[in-house]
Design a protein around this ligand. Structure first.
Ligand code: ZN
Length: 214
């Protein structure tokens, strides 16, 4: 729930600025796919007060789209995506999130600036990545869908990751997450109580077909 922390910091500046923005993790339609999530368009607005609006932004662009936008504006050099507490530079280049971001650069056919990541992308390291949850999977499926060079060996790995996760990985995790959510919040819907069937009406099947990967 890092959104609460960001909102708190924004409110600390409420004597200087009229309102604050919180960048969305997902697009609006992706939010329907991932279900309840701490940083959502619905949640973030509720951190507003009567005279200080907190506004979610960026819901029109996927994560790769956001990166592309930053690159085009020349601001990607400020990127800090790493969640490795042992990093020495701002991006370790080894954790899943760093590698996912470097893969996003690669999908766009663009090299990150020297020094932005401590380690460069390596085929062997990427082969060991595994998508373990739906919130990751959504990012990878978008990335694969807009990969510029389909001959790229990294594209093949990402495409396989997406397919493997669909078959055996995150569905189990997602089911567990939803049942925990339902237990903790009492919230559940007809659709969520059921395990998505393979293909057919499932969210995964629909998303894969939408991006030509079903
Ligand atoms: Zn990292």
């Amino acid at each position: 729930m890092h959104t609460i922390g960001i909102a708190a910091i924004l409110h600390l500046r409420s004597d200087k600025v009229a309102g604050g923005y919180i960048g969305m993790d997902f697009t609006f339609d992706e939010e329907f796919e991932v279900g309840p999530w701490g940083n959502s368009a619905l949640m973030s607005r509720h951190f507003s007060s009567a005279d200080f609006p907190v506004v979610p932004t960026g819901g029109e662009l996927s994560r790769v789209g956001k990166l592309h936008s930053l690159i085009q504006s020349g601001e990607d050099g400020y990127l800090t995506v790493c969640n490795n507490s042992k990093r020495s530079l701002k991006n370790c280049g080894s954790c899943e999130k760093c590698q996912r971001t470097m893969l996003a650069y690669r999908s766009l056919g663009i090299e990150p600036a020297d020094g932005l990541f401590e380690h460069a992308l390596e085929l062997e390291a990427v082969r060991k990545l595994k998508i373990s949850k739906l919130t990751q999977w959504v990012f990878y499926v978008r990335m694969a869908a807009r990969w510029a060079n389909k001959e790229d060996p990294y594209y093949e790995i990402v495409r396989n990751m997406v397919a493997t996760a669909k078959e055996e990985g995150f569905t189990v995790h997602h089911e567990k997450m939803l049942s925990e959510n339902a237990e903790a919040t009492g919230f559940s819907s007809g659709g969520w109580k059921k395990k998505p069937p393979s293909g057919g009406r499932s969210i995964v099947g629909r998303v894969l077909r939408k991006f030509g990967m079903g």
